[in-house]
Design a protein around this ligand. Structure first.
Ligand SMILES: [Zn+2]
Length: 87
């Protein structure tokens, strides 16, 4: 009886693993978006992760690097968090 339970358990585990693999493959295929010229100009907001056009965002220069934020709030949060880590 215990062997049967283990066998059933293994079947379920294998089934779930296979299902996860198939799901992962299909998801990764969908995320393979070809490089587009229209998205090449987008920059990522380092604070919230949103992609924005540099012209539409808020710009900040920190230690020689230029960052673009979707909003003034993100910029302020980023600068604040950064200054907390600086000695
Ligand atoms: Zn943002």
């Amino acid at each position: 009886m215990i062997r049967l339970a283990i066998f059933v358990f293994l079947v379920i585990v294998v089934y779930k693993l296979l299902g996860g693999l198939i799901k992962g493959v299909s998801v990764s295929n969908r995320q393979e978006v070809p490089a587009d010229k229209s998205t090449a100009e987008l920059v990522q907001d380092p604070q919230c992760g949103a992609y924005i056009l540099p012209a539409q965002g808020v710009e900040a220069r920190v230690a020689g690097n230029t960052y673009h934020f979707c909003s003034e709030t993100c910029k302020e949060q980023f600068l604040q968090e950064r200054s907390d880590h600086v000695d």
